[in-house]
Design a protein around this ligand. Sequence first.
Ligand code: NDP
Length: 291
Amino acid sequence: MTKRVVLIGHPVAHSFSAQMQQAAFDALGIDARYELQDTPTPALQETIEALRGDDFLGANVTIPHKERAATFVDRKSEDASATGAVNCITRDGKRLVGHNTDVNAFRVSLDALVGKQKMPRAAVILGAGGGARAAVYALITMGFQRVIVFNRHLHRGEGLVKHFSRSAAHMELRAMPWHESVIESELSRTRVLVNATSVGLASDETPIPAELLAPDLLVMDMIYNPPETRLLRDAKAAGATAVQNGELMLLQQGMDAFQLWTGQQAPADVMRQKLTEAREAGTGRTPAEMA
Ligand code: NDP
């Protein structure tokens, strides 16, 4: 029987995961099919319940469902438990196990962004959804001393900070209101800026004005499609040399998920190559392009 893995999200059409994962299954001769399953929020529980069937190897979960999905699995890995967000689901018999491979993927991605420089100890995160939770938890475990979270709806940022109150007890983790002057002041005290909002995914918008970006900032945008968001273009125009999109994070979270579903080491070169091809071909259309 051909096994199934689905990407559960809304939207999902921008995703490169299908090309990347299908190429990995094919390269290792695994009889499995990776499908995009656009799932509006009311259908989320039912979609996750269906994963208990024998035909499923598991699933990926993406925007905007990572936190809600954590409430529908039977058991959670340490990273999923710590973040309260699930981006990967495996089956253990009929039981569903939630994982969060974004945490390790963010670490790998930040290491690459920082390169040979000394790892900074302070960061500003824009956003407070599932991706932001993975980033914040990774920063906590990497020894960051000050992490400031800005979110459009402050209460969600405050919820994130409360969620991590115990694991971040030794450091300063705060949610602040989304005011440009406050963001500007915080950016002047930090080297790392991470966009974990979806602003820039569906349109050529940026979460913060270009004037707030300084040349010495290390800027990561978790968005990988489009490959160069307006935020990254603005950062480069401001003189920033270290900028990175979400492609490496996507690759790493996908490799870790592949290993969880199949028990086999992911074919990194095949997956990387497929991502490059997808980017160059412009497949995985952005919602803006589809509108
Ligand atoms: P969620 O839906 O959980 O969170 C979305 C976030 O974006 C929230 O903080 C939300 O703020 C914010 N947001 C949405 N619209 C606006 C707006 N118009 N202005 C300001 N803020 C806004 O999504 P995820 O956390 O799962 O994903 C966020 C982004 O990160 C997506 O683009 C996703 O593709 C990317 N990502 C990439 C990964 C990779 O592997 N490269 C991994 C994880 C995420 P509010 O709470 O106020 O609504």
